[in-house]
Design a protein around this ligand. Structure first.
Ligand code: HEC
Length: 104
């Protein structure tokens, strides 16, 4: 059915547009890390956490919840300690950023 294809296509495009928010200098300052560390965390999220399910978005959990979620997933994503640290910084810092910031 033609209309079903249209709906399907819209869903695909809609999902593809959702990307984790880019950290700003302001985010880096309040997290007391370098901006490049936050960018590295975002890149890890995209490359390591989007294979089995949709890439999780920082705003899906709070700053308090993320470390535990990441703990559960880090083995599945085979991350080393340094990568977990960088990824956690990004997720925790960006967890309170509004959802609209993710649409780019
Ligand atoms: C090898 C596959 C795999 C990889 C890689 C992976 N996940 Fe998952 N993830 C799953 C599965 C399967 C579930 C659902 C079942 C479950 O909750 O155990 C899940 C569930 C989740 C949930 C929901 C947990 C909850 O409490 O409901 C979050 C959040 C999550 N993943 C985050 C991540 C993050 C962050 C990464 C990257 C570090 C990641 N995942 C990498 C397989 C994966």
């Amino acid at each position: 059915m033609f209309w079903l294809r249209i709906v399907g296509l819209c869903l695909v495009i809609g999902c593809a547009r959702i990307a984790p928010p880019l950290a700003t200098m302001g985010d880096a300052q309040r997290a007391r890390v370098t901006l490049s560390a936050l960018h590295e965390g975002r890149a890890l999220l995209i490359s390591k956490c989007g294979g089995c399910h949709q890439t999780p978005m920082p705003y899906q959990y709070s700053a308090v919840e993320w470390p535990q979620k990441l703990g559960e997933m880090s083995e599945r994503a085979s991350l080393d300690a340094a990568q977990i640290g960088v990824l956690e910084k990004y997720l925790v810092t960006m967890s309170d950023q509004p959802r609209t910031a993710a649409l780019r």
